[in-house]
Ligand binder design. Structure first.
Ligand code: SF4
Length: 480
């Protein structure tokens, strides 16, 4: 298992990104965005905004009544013959799943794509005990074969071209794979067929949990979800506690929002509804309700809206930063704008405090989010938490930088001090200046100039305006 206490260095990670990966990410993200906008235009802008507002309201309502709805889920799942387990963290979730596996002599597991199992690194825990885990979603199958982590929450292999996938299949599966998506899919299908039929356990996540009936909703496009949750004799679903929604009316709203935002379709190909044990399904159904830091997030009045996320991936597709660096640069399970807020909230700002800074704050993510999560507001809030150290971990910023930031705030808030500062800056920059730029700032400000040049001080705007206001170069539209 990787060291989860190592600080995520977003800037260093971006240096490992290849141009081919960026090109594939941009192409695939653009296609997804185009499809989404077509289907939203067809739905009607006004209706879409109404649907978004309804989705937001009901997700907020569910989050503020989690205790009630989770109890309803538990009661209804047990009444339908299922088992409910509560896991405080990854370790507890691992031991619950391992216990079920050991009691039933499970050696092979087929899995549906699930971000929450990536979050708790379930595959590592199972494989560490000699159990083989087969990812059955095509994208997950590819990244598992490549030994990588997903680069997108709905399209795990978004960063790969068909040529790269064909080469991977040739190398790992020893087959004559050509770069044709249909043929590659067929190869994966053939490989997985035997595993579907022989696995003793199927593991899934869940898109929603409907409290009024205790139903798990699973939304997939490939049909593998149905196979994993109906063929093996045991089905274990691991679901974050925030996924609960009150009733089927809520489900109708959420499914419309999700399908359009994920894949630009009116409805996802496979919507699977599972309530406890079915006559024609697995003999055992286990629901693991996972906290893993979520109740801690709920305590933060601003950041708690992060838990409304329905994992559609639209914020990634539209994000200019994600499109420049791809998902792996975020160094964590959840990439893109949602990852930049969710990761530090889940694993702490000490480790992931740099991620909220991996944003231009353009606001495109908040605008596209189907449940209207104010991502930019939460990014700013987390930056503040990181700098001020007002969370349980303490500040991650050096005392010198803090003093400089405080002085900067004071100077920028006073016109006279600002003018004086600009004049002093002009004088003191002389030894560092190279033409119009300052190539390297002294420590600790050198972190800025390591990444980009800093423009030299050229006096304050008022002084410049006084000198130029009557000049022809301004009236002609060419201010020098
Ligand atoms: S934050 Fe919003 S746009 Fe991004 S994945 Fe979650 S629901 Fe989708």
């Amino acid at each position: 298992m990787k060291d989860i206490t190592a600080r995520i260095d977003f800037r260093a990670n971006t240096q490992a990104v290849s141009p081919a990966m960026v090109a594939a990410t941009q192409k695939n993200a653009r296609t997804a965005l185009l499809k989404r906008s077509e289907v939203v235009v067809e739905f009607g802008e006004e209706r879409w905004q109404q649907l978004r507002r309804a989705g937001r309201e009901l997700r907020l309502h569910a989050l503020t009544h989690l205790d009630r709805y989770l109890s309803m889920v538990e009661e209804n799942v047990i009444a339908a013959g299922g088992h409910v387990h509560w896991a405080r963290d990854a370790e507890e979730a691992h031991s619950i799943v391992l216990d079920i596996a050991m009691q039933n002599s499970v050696r092979n597991i087929v899995k549906v794509k699930s971000m929450v199992t990536e979050e708790i690194e379930l595959n590592h825990a199972l494989e560490g005990r000699g159990i083989r885990v087969y990812e059955t979603d095509l994208g997950e199958f590819i990244v598992q074969l490549a030994g990588q982590r997903p680069s997108h929450i709905t399209a795990p292999a978004l960063h790969m071209t068909k040529e790269e996938v064909a080469a991977l299949f040739r190398e790992k599966l020893k087959v004559d794979a050509q770069p044709d998506p249909k043929l590659l899919t067929e190869i994966a299908r053939q490989r997985l067929r035997k595993e579907f039929l022989t696995a003793e356990m199927g593991i899934s996540g869940g898109n929603f949990l409907v409290a009024e009936t205790g139903t798990l909703i699973l939304v997939t496009n490939e049909g593998n979800g149905r196979m994993c949750t109906s063929l093996p004799p045991i089905h274990v679903a691991i679901v974050g506690i925030e996924k609960v929604i009150p009733d089927w009316e809520s489900a109708a709203v959420m499914l419309k929002l999700l399908a359009r935002s994920v894949s630009g379709s009116k409805i996802t190909a496979y919507n699977t509804f599972i309530t406890g044990v079915r006559k024609d399904g697995p003999r055992e159904f286990h629901l693991v309700l996972l906290d893993n830091g979520r109740t801690q997030i709920l305590r933060d009045e601003i950041a708690r809206e992060t838990l409304m996320c329905i994992r559609c991936g639209a914020c990634m597709n539209i994000c200019p930063v994600y499109n420049q660096v791809g998902g792996h640069a975020y160094g964590a399970v959840y990439p893109g704008p949602i990852g930049s807020i969710l990761t530090p909230l889940l694993i702490g700002t000490r480790i992931a405090g740099g991620l909220p800074f991996a944003s231009t704050l353009c606001g495109a993510c908040s605008d596209i989010c189907p449940v209207m999560i104010p991502i930019t507001e939460i990014l700013l809030h987390l930056r503040r938490r990181f700098v001020e150290g007002d969370d349980f971990e303490g500040s991650s910023i050096s005392g010198t930088l803090k003093a400089i930031a405080k002085a900067g705030r004071y100077v920028l808030g006073s016109p006279s001090l600002y003018r004086l500062g600009a004049r002093m800056g002009k004088i003191f920059q002389a030894p560092l200046r190279s033409g119009d730029w300052i190539a390297a700032m002294p420590s600790p400000l050198d972190r800025w100039t390591m990444a980009r040049p800093f423009p030299a001080f050229r006096g304050d705007f008022r002084g410049w305006w006084k000198k130029h206001k009557n000049a022809k170069d301004i009236s002609g539209g060419k201010a020098s």
